[in-house]
Design a protein around this ligand. Structure first.
Ligand SMILES: [Zn+2]
Length: 745
């Protein structure tokens, strides 16, 4: 039987042949660009290895990490790759292998009981949870599509009816609590059922995948794993509902980039299949280009090293360069505008999707079309309507074009994976994390730590407010640490200005400012952060102004979670000879108090060193302020928590108060030459000059004599509003929320 190519792809290959003969980018592997051909060859070697060994289809019994789990997991990529090899090389042995493997699954699948582990709200058959069965079906559907027309009708019928139709029904009709949610699990389920439906030409399955199981056919009290009711008021479910409800209009995913990266796979793979076979749905432009926005939102939530910002329950180190993100970059390029900056990401990934998108990307990389990837400052609104706060990213470039990136989080809670971290920030540069977000307390796939699942310290520590760089009032987490309260409320963006206005004399400043008036009773928190670049500083400087407004005197704790080792302070402190936990709840029970001290003047300075770079934070202080040097580890007998350091600025007995600080990145040190360069910071004389409900004024200087004044409008976020404010007899006038003015030298 002759293999058939989709007409579109055939045209693509013809064009490619022409392009390759012109640019001589071809290699032994047919007429593909050489980088693509190398990957095809590596795939061939891997699949040939499995063909030589023979496919194994063991009776499922193990949890994630166990042998049967890992074998079936490896099978899904082998079967997908075998299909791709047949499609791209035309060699029939790959189609034969794939057919035989699917027949082997068809022999046993219907006879398998539910997975014996019974540990999930939706137990699978091949794996311990339906989610992994859906992963399997998404990828194997791709391979099956590649050989479908080649198969003899009798084999096709057997595989359709004894493997794939029962599997699609199992993942949907038999597990509606898995299939009919608005959740990334269900997106996988919807995509799996729809992709196999498209391959088999089964319109009923495609319909079920797009719109869910009709609500009328479900029991009223059906619940998901968070006890959420599956039949909601509107009764929407299915792939289109996921597209409508999973993302904000900006493409932000409420659980954060770590989960977005995972959730995007089924959106992109099923989206691509629907674009080919159901052009009437216009899926690639659905909801004002929501898939494009989601893809670019993911690509823009990474630090200068490419690691995703570890917001909410994130596993640190997941990156733009992870294998799973290859299709995000390739499809972003191929389907959404051919942005040449994406080619430089693809180049660094060094891998391509084994399809027309990957061919196009590798061809354009080889043709030298890549442009530098230079992400810019931006904000993402959260919530399905874009009305539930969001996340803001400021990026500034210093000496040697080194990037500094700041993230402030003023988003909605982010469902069960959310953290109580309103107005928390984290800071990154080319070395990675500078001021860190803890991420999740979980060792993904590391069996020794709770089998790789979330650890109990994820709730008792990682989600708590004190684990974040934001204000804690009365040693209590935001929303009392209760998700039921947090889910109903959120902060709001106050101002975002990244066009470098609001500054003078060669300086540039980018502002991000947000407010929350419901994290604590009768209290408004307002944080304004500025990334400031000026010739006097080699790298961008972070200016942080945090106002807390209330009527009752409370205890304020403002932690700074730095990386590295403390070098010096300009105040005395005493270290403890005996360690005690800092508190008894809301994460404080996990903190050892290592040292404490009180600053004497109106400001305090703490310097530290990390990855060959020096940092100095200067903070405005008041009489009575105290610094606490802390570290997780208390009530952690299994060493589940990282022992990273922080200092907490503690202020007692204030009803309304303002914190201001300047963080400077400076100098370098080489252990090879043993020569420190610029080990001391340059910021001097930080002070809060004025602080009223309407305006806040901060001043700081450089040791060379230059001084700056930062003016902030606290109650009018109109960018066109003009403000007048007199400080110590000097009148100032400016337009917009912030103004950064050089006042001397
Ligand atoms: Zn967090």
């Amino acid at each position: 039987m002759k293999r058939t190519l989709l007409p579109f792809f055939a045209a693509c290959l013809l064009l490619l042949n022409f392009a390759c003969s012109a640019t001589d980018a071809s290699s032994d592997e047919g007429d593909y660009p050489s980088a693509f051909a190398r990957q095809l060859e590596a795939t061939r070697v891997r699949v040939d290895g499995v063909i030589a060994e023979g496919i194994r289809v063991p009776l499922p019994k193990d949890m994630a990490g166990g042998p049967t789990h890992e074998i079936h997991k490896r099978n899904w990529s082998t079967l997908r790759d075998a299909g791709a090899l047949y499609r791209l090389t035309g060699e029939e042995k790959y189609a034969v292998f794939l057919k035989d493997a699917l027949l082997a699954y068809a022999d046993v699948y219907r006879g398998w009981p539910a997975h014996p582990t019974a540990r999930s709200y939706a137990t699978g058959k091949i794996f311990w949870q339906c989610l992994n069965d859906a992963n399997w079906l998404v990828y194997v559907s791709e391979g099956y599509g590649d050989i479908y027309d080649w198969l003899e009708p009798a084999d096709r019928e057997r595989i359709d009816n004894e493997l794939f139709r029962p599997m699609a029904d199992f993942l949907s009709l038999e597990n509606p609590q898995f299939f009919n949610r608005i959740h990334n699990h269900s997106t996988w389920g919807n995509a799996a059922v729809g992709m196999i439906g498209l391959v088999m030409g089964d319109d009923a399955l495609v319909q079920r995948s797009l719109y869910g199981i009709p609500s009328a056919e479900l029991p009223d009290d059906l619940r998901d794993d968070d006890s959420g009711r599956i039949k909601d008021k509107e009764g929407r479910a299915g792939f289109l509902a996921q597209l409508d409800l999973s993302f904000s209009p900006d493409g932000y995913f409420t659980e954060g980039p770590y989960y977005l990266r995972y959730a995007l796979s089924p959106f992109l793979l099923y989206g691509k299949a629907l674009a080919e076979k159901r052009p009437d749905l216009n899926i690639l432009t659905y909801r004002d280009d929501i898939l494009k926005k989601a893809v670019f939102s993911l690509l823009n939530q990474a630090d200068p090293t490419g690691d995703f910002f570890p917001l909410n329950d994130s596993h640190k180190g997941m990156s733009l360069y992870a294998p799973e993100v290859v299709k995000t970059v390739d499809y972003a390029y191929y389907y959404f505008g051919k942005d040449p900056a994406l080619l430089s990401l693809a180049e660094q990934q060094g891998a391509f999707t084994l399809d027309e998108a990957g061919v196009a990307v590798s061809r354009d990389v080889a043709a030298g079309k890549a442009a530098p990837y230079t992400p810019q400052s931006m904000t993402f609104a959260d919530g399905p309507e874009g009305t539930e706060g969001g996340v803001g990213v400021l990026r500034a470039y210093g000496a040697d074009k080194a990037q500094t990136a700041l993230v402030m989080k003023y988003s909605a809670q982010g469902m069960g994976h959310g953290h109580f971290d309103k107005l928390a920030y984290s800071l990154y540069n080319e070395t990675g994390e500078v001021i860190q977000d803890y991420g999740s307390a979980r060792w993904v796939n590391i069996d020794q730590k709770g089998g790789g699942r979330y650890l109990k310290e994820n709730d008792t520590w990682a989600k708590q407010t004190i684990a974040h760089n934001t204000l804690v009032i009365d040693q209590t987490s935001h929303y009392e640490g209760k998700i039921s309260i947090a889910e109903e409320l959120h902060p709001d963006l106050y101002a975002f200005n990244a066009d470098n206005s609001g500054a003078d004399a060669g300086a540039k400043s980018r502002l991000l400012s947000a407010k929350v008036d419901n994290a604590y009773p009768d209290r408004e928190l307002h944080r304004s952060q500025i990334l400031f670049t000026a010739p006097a500083f080699a790298q961008p400087v972070l200016i942080d102004v945090f106002r807390s407004v209330g009527t009752k005197e409370v205890l304020h704790d403002l932690p700074t979670w730095y990386h590295g080792q403390l070098l010096s302070t300009d105040f005395d402190y005493t270290t403890k000879s005996e360690l005690r936990p800092l508190g008894s709840a809301h994460g404080y029970q996990h903190l050892w108090l290592e040292a404490s001290g009180r600053p004497t003047g109106n400001s305090a300075e703490i310097g530290w060193f990390n990855k060959k770079t020096f940092y100095t934070q200067t903070m405005a202080t008041r009489p009575g302020d105290e610094f606490l040097m802390v570290r997780p580890g208390a009530n952690d007998p299994e060493y589940n928590l990282r022992r990273d350091p922080a200092f907490v600025l503690r202020r007692a007995g204030a009803a309304t108060t303002t914190f201001a600080s300047v963080l400077e990145t400076h100098g370098s040190y080489s252990p090879r030459t043993e020569v420190p360069n610029e080990p001391y910071g340059h910021v001097r004389k930080l002070a809060i000059l004025a602080d009223t409900p309407e305006y806040t004024a901060i001043t700081f200087g450089h040791e060379n004599g230059t001084k700056w004044l930062v003016l902030l409008a606290n109650e009018n976020s109109d960018a066109a509003a003009t403000h007048q404010f007199t400080i110590n007899g000097s009148p100032y006038e400016w337009t917009g929320v912030h103004y950064l003015l050089q006042t001397s030298k």
